[in-house]
Design a protein around this ligand. Sequence first.
Ligand code: DOR
Length: 460
Amino acid sequence: MARFGRLTDAPASVVLAGVRVLDPAARSDSVRDLLIVNGIVAESASDDVPRVDADGLVAAPGFCDLHAHLREPGMEGSETIESGTQAAAHGGFTTVCIMPNTDPPLDDVRSVELIGARSQGAAARVRVVGAATRERAGERLSDLGELTRAGVVGFSDDGASLPSASLARAALAYLAPLGLPLIEHCEEPALARGALMRAGPTALRLGLAGWPSSAELTIVERDIALAEETGGRVHFTHLSTAAAIDAVRRAKARDLNVTCDVTPHHLALADTWVAGDRHFAWEDGAFDAFARLDPDLAYDGRTRVNPPLARREDTLALLAGVADGTVDAIATDHAPHPPERKLVEFGAAAPGMIGLETALSLGLAAVEAGCLSLAQLLRAISSRPAELVGEQRSLAVGEAADLVVFDPGARWTVSRDNLASRSANTPLLGRELTGVVRLTVAEGRVTFDDLGRIGRDFKE
Ligand code: DOR
């Protein structure tokens, strides 16, 4: 029986015998015994430490999600810190950075302290992204200095871009000496107004208003210029277009203080999913948007997400960006919503899909297809995002164990019954995926255990 643990549990001890240990930051990849003794990666273990046959399993540094919505406070019907961190642990994540578009928004020190208190004993570390503007209203900056001292990892009005260049410039200028990033949702409001999906042939066929690439690129180019001028650090989140990735690639070539992430769903699912296609973007599906639409699958509100699913050529450019390191991180944008906000007509559906529990499987599908190497995937989902929020990720002897162990070949079917999230809004529901997390250890504590035997041993 799988079980969840908490960061406040007693430290774990286990020997993972014959596991493939892949540590992307250390550039190491070898099959060996991995020893954890009292929560620390060890060189030797006494005979009473339980030994698990981990043949065929992969151990990697714990995943770090730079972008998740855990909906607390205010929308606990969709997710809570408890359910969301269990979903994280189930997906192999040991850190989740939560977005501030809660009700009320996380825009002051008290709200950061509230999250800190509610996260005690959660199943993953919870780090807070503070609202960049008061009440997330896009008018006046939050108290960025106080929030920095309270421990936030960055600032964002996610769900919207900072509405004016002058406000974004002020935020970046203020943040430059503080060292924290402005985490920008890139959507120029006038260009995206009224749009329900990505502009292109599929939108044309479905008769839905389209969101052009320029809606994203305009903000990316604007903020690159502002970061250069102010010396501030900008992180673009959930990028979805080839043009934006190219802009980041050029900015990085000039050594500007610019980083970015993409979501697993933008890597794997193209806009044709809105019309009912169910191929991954890299497959030769030959989907014809102008063929007869499947009434059971087309216009499914669960495919509505913001930014919208992109065109196939964009998804392939995002994958290339992860492979060459232009894209720093794969971040889930886990966005839980209740059925009454998703199982409605497409235009009325709330944008967003859950992602913590399916991220690894979508990434492994891209690896299987040859779009990424396993090391590139793991770097983008563990060591590099952890580095961006100042966390250590190492499987070296003497370090606190913070890791995931997964079976890269095991298959599972996504269903309401096997998701820890309170919400199940994903178009992957009912689909068989490859890649199953068997064990997650955060700060030396078992937060998810599906290895069975060690679960019982650790309970005492
Ligand atoms: O799809 C999305 N959902 N994109 C966002 O930017 C916000 C998020 C949410 O909060 O549901």
